[in-house]
Structure formats: structure tokens, C-alpha cells
Write a protein that binds this ligand. Structure first.
Ligand code: HEM
Length: 416
């Protein structure tokens, strides 16, 4: 049996990646009739893979490591340099505990209350405006929610700038040129702000609750019983607030889904059985956000006869796995009810990574994302608005992508 991994020709295929975006890996898997292929990206050999079995080996810590996987350009925009995403082994586990300790049921309840209160507070402003660009408003609401939940004071004068900067850091992850530069400058500003928060918490000028992220990051002790550097604590604090701002993207997609499928909106409003949960899951499955994630081979091994050589970059296709025809029936249909029967495998539905939370790199904020989406999208079913003609197309080559119009709504009224 020929077990060579199918190989894409070419000295470097980064241009195709830029041109096809989210569809780069799935297009080739289809063409090669294989869940795995080899290519060259950013001047190096890379193995791309997707599907449930591929996800399962990708999250085996014995075979893969994160050290050296995330490009510096992604660390300088999206993640922050040397954050939890880049760690391995005991140090990673310990740092990950810091994040997971914030995700208690009690704290998620607090988060939901803050979320409802912040949407409520925004609506009276919207009623006065001719039009609302939902993505932008949602970003600011998410920034407020993120800060309040993290124990960080919100200064009204800063909301627009900070929400914009955090948005720009996210928007930069697959960019080159001006969009990338904008993300870098945004990170520089936001790290400076976050360092000041950490300093103020440490010297008692700010007194956030002990169970908040601001407190946790400021006083966390590493495995050598030392506090994080101010810079590192700032990076990790931003690793809470920034991704909460990122939820605005899923909310925008969710509003679009409710507009495109009016019967879905009614069901979200009524919330029979677990419809809201299914709806949120289907948004996270269907719409493009995280395209893929990367790791490096930790030691030589073979899988299904394919040789993985130590040090090779391996990309796991998140978007493609969520649309994989071996996993999902009619994957290109938006159908929340499909989650009625979902068995909850840690490897077949991976919009925020797969595997385990504690030992692996699966997103620490998955429950936060689900809860904030449920509360936010339910809120949107309780107000009235119109959706004027606009370009809602989603450019699959852009990473990350959004409906072109950012979803504009008009004539907002609350019925209470
Ligand atoms: C990791 C996606 C929201 C905190 C990740 C990963 C993905 C992801 C793809 C990496 C998985 C991997 O490489 O194996 C998303 C998406 C979100 C979101 C699409 C939607 C807005 C959040 C939220 C938080 C959060 C709200 C925190 C409140 C983290 C952290 C990690 C992470 C700390 C690093 C985990 C580790 O390396 O061990 N996320 N995330 N994320 N996410 Fe999220």
C-alpha cells in the first residue's frame, strides 16, 4: 500500500492559501480524496489535515507541541508573545489552570447577568440612531462585558478606541500589509493599557474581586512560585478580554442567520427544548471564524502509515472539520436541529479547538462564548429592527471574515 501523503506541487503555496482562505485545506482534501496532504507554506514543509481522526492525533501531547508553532506575526497581533497558546507540558497545564479557574458556574452566571444588563443599556441609544452597524456596536458591548467580568474599570471615553483596537488585533491574524500593521499598533497600545491595570492591581490602586481575571493574572504564581512579569500578566489579561470582544463576530453571524431564516428567529425566541443552545452551536459550526490551528511534531511517529517527522509544522483544519461530509449531513445547510442528536465528541465539532481543556489547548473560553451568545442573541429577538438592503456576502478568502456590510440594522425599537 502506498502510504505517502499526497503532496501539493509548488515551491511555496502561501499565495493559494491567501487566495482561498478558509477553503484552502478543504479544497485540497477533496481534490486528493484524502484527509491529509503535504504542502509548502511560508517557506517550510507543512502537513495539513482535517476530520475527526486527524483532530484526535493532533491533540495528543505526546506527538505534538506548540513550541515554535505560532508564527511571530500572529503572536504580535492576535495572541501576544509567549502566551498560554505557545506553552507545553507542565508549564502549560499550570498556566491553563489559571484560565480554567475563572470558568466556574458561579462566574458564568455573573457573566450572563452582565451581558443582559449591557445589551439593555445599549438599546436606548440605538433607538435614537438612524442606523446601527451591529458588528461595531456588539464589539463595544462585548468590550464592556469583558472588562466588567474581568474586574477592569470601564472608562466611557476609551470604549470606542479600545473596542476598535481589540477588534483590529483579531482582524489582523490572517492579514498582510496595512490590516496587519493596524493590528500590531493596536496590540502595542492595548498591552500598555493592560500593563497599567496589572500594576494598579498589584499596588492596590485597583481592587478587583478575587475571583476576577484581573486579580488572577496579577497574583498568579508560576511553577517556581514567582509572579508573572507585568508584561506576561498583561498578555494573559488580554487573552480574556480580547476573545470576549471576538464574540461580536459570532453575534453578527447569528443576527444574519436569524434574518436569513425567519423561522429560526421565532424558535430562538421561544427556546423550546434546547433550541438556543443548538442555534449557538450551529452558528459556531457553520460560519467561518478560526480557519485552522497549528502545532509541531514533537517526535518521529507514523500514523496510518504516514511518516510524521520531528519538527514538521502541522495544521489542523477547524473550519473544514466543522463542514466535513464524513461527519455532518448536508454540511452546507444551516440547521440548528442537527445538534439535537450530537453526541458531544471532543474531536468532530471544533470551532474553538478540540480535545481537553486542562491538558490540551482547547479554547478556555468555549463556555463563555456559548453563554454570551445565547444571552445576546435572545436579546436581539426581543427587540424590533429592520434590515435594509446591503452586501452581506462573506469573503472566504479573508481570514478572519465577516459579512461585508458588518450587518446594518435600522429603526430599532424595544417593545417594552
Ligand atoms: C484558544 C477560538 C473565544 C480564551 C483558542 C483556540 C481557538 C479558539 C481556535 C486554539 C485551539 C488550539 O489551538 O488547539 C475561539 C473563538 C472564540 C473564542 C472562535 C469566539 C469568540 C474565547 C473566549 C476566551 C478564550 C471568550 C476567554 C474568555 C482562549 C484561551 C486559549 C484559547 C485562553 C488558549 C488555550 C491554550 O492554548 O491552552 N480559542 N475562542 N477564547 N481561547 Fe478561544
Amino acid at each position: 500500500r502506498d502510504t505517502r501523503i499526497p503532496r501539493e506541487k509548488g515551491l511555496d503555496n502561501s499565495l493559494s492559501l491567501m487566495q482561498e482562505g478558509y477553503l484552502y485545506i478543504p479544497n485540497r482534501c477533496r481534490r486528493f480524496q484524502s484527509n491529509i496532504f503535504e504542502t509548502r507554506l511560508l517557506g517550510q514543509k507543512a502537513i495539513c489535515m482535517g476530520g475527526e481522526e486527524a483532530a484526535e492525533i493532533f491533540y495528543d501531547n505526546d506527538r505534538f507541541q506548540r513550541k515554535g508553532a505560532a508564527p511571530k506575526r500572529v503572536q504580535k497581533t492576535l495572541f501576544g508573545v509567549n502566551g498560554v497558546q505557545t506553552m507545553d507540558g507542565a508549564a502549560h497545564h499550570h498556566r491553563k489552570q489559571l484560565f480554567m479557574s475563572l470558568m466556574t458556574e458561579k462566574r458564568l452566571k455573573v457573566l450572563n447577568d452582565i451581558t443582559a444588563e449591557q445589551w439593555q443599556a445599549s438599546i436606548s441609544e440605538w433607538e435614537k440612531q438612524d442606523k446601527v452597524v451591529l458588528l461595531e456596536e456588539a464589539r463595544q458591548i462585548m468590550y464592556r462585558i469583558g472588562c466588567k467580568w474581568a474586574g477592569v474599570p470601564v472608562k466611557e471615553k476609551q470604549v470606542e478606541q479600545h473596542a476598535g483596537d481589540l477588534g483590529a488585533m483579531i482582524d489582523a491574524f490572517g492579514a498582510v500589509g496595512p490590516r496587519y500593521q493596524k493590528g500590531r499598533r493596536a496590540r502595542t497600545r492595548m498591552e500598555q493599557w493592560a500593563r497599567q491595570i496589572v500594576t494598579d492591581v498589584r499596588n492596590g490602586k485597583l481592587e478587583p474581586p478575587e475571583e476576577s481575571a484581573a486579580y488572577a493574572m496579577a497574583f498568579h504564581l508560576d511553577l517556581n512560585n514567582r509572579r508573572l512579569s507585568t508584561q506576561m500578566a498583561a498578555v494573559e489579561l488580554l487573552n480574556i478580554i480580547r476573545p470576549i470582544v471576538a464574540i461580536s463576530r459570532f453575534i453578527t453571524f447569528g443576527a444574519m442567520a436569524m434574518h436569513d431564516h425567519p423561522e429560526v428567529r421565532e424558535k430562538v425566541k421561544k427556546d423550546r427544548e434546547s433550541y438556543r443552545k443548538w442555534f449557538v452551536q450551529e452558528i459556531r459550526r457553520f460560519y467561518p471564524f478560526g480557519p485552522f490551528t497549528g502545532a509541531r511534531v514533537r517526535r518521529n511517529f507514523t500514523w496510518k502509515g504516514h511518516a510524521f517527522k520531528k519538527g514538521t509544522l502541522v495544521l489542523l483544519d477547524l473550519y473544514g472539520t466543522n463542514h466535513h461530509p464524513e461527519i455532518w449531513e448536508e454540511p452546507e445547510q444551516f440547521r440548528p436541529e442537527r445538534f439535537r442528536h450530537w453526541k458531544g465528541s471532543p474531536f468532530d465539532f471544533i470551532p474553538q479547538g478540540g480535545g481537553e481543556y486542562d491538558m490540551g489547548h482547547r479554547c478556555a473560553g468555549e463556555w463563555v462564548t456559548i453563554e454570551v451568545m445565547k444571552t445576546s442573541l435572545a436579546f436581539l429577538t426581543m427587540i424590533d429592527y429592520e434590515v435594509p438592503p446591503q452586501d452581506k456576502s462573506i469573503d472566504m478568502a479573508r481570514m478572519p471574515t465577516l459579512p461585508k456590510s458588518r450587518f446594518v440594522i435600522t429603526n430599532v425599537t424595544s417593545r417594552r
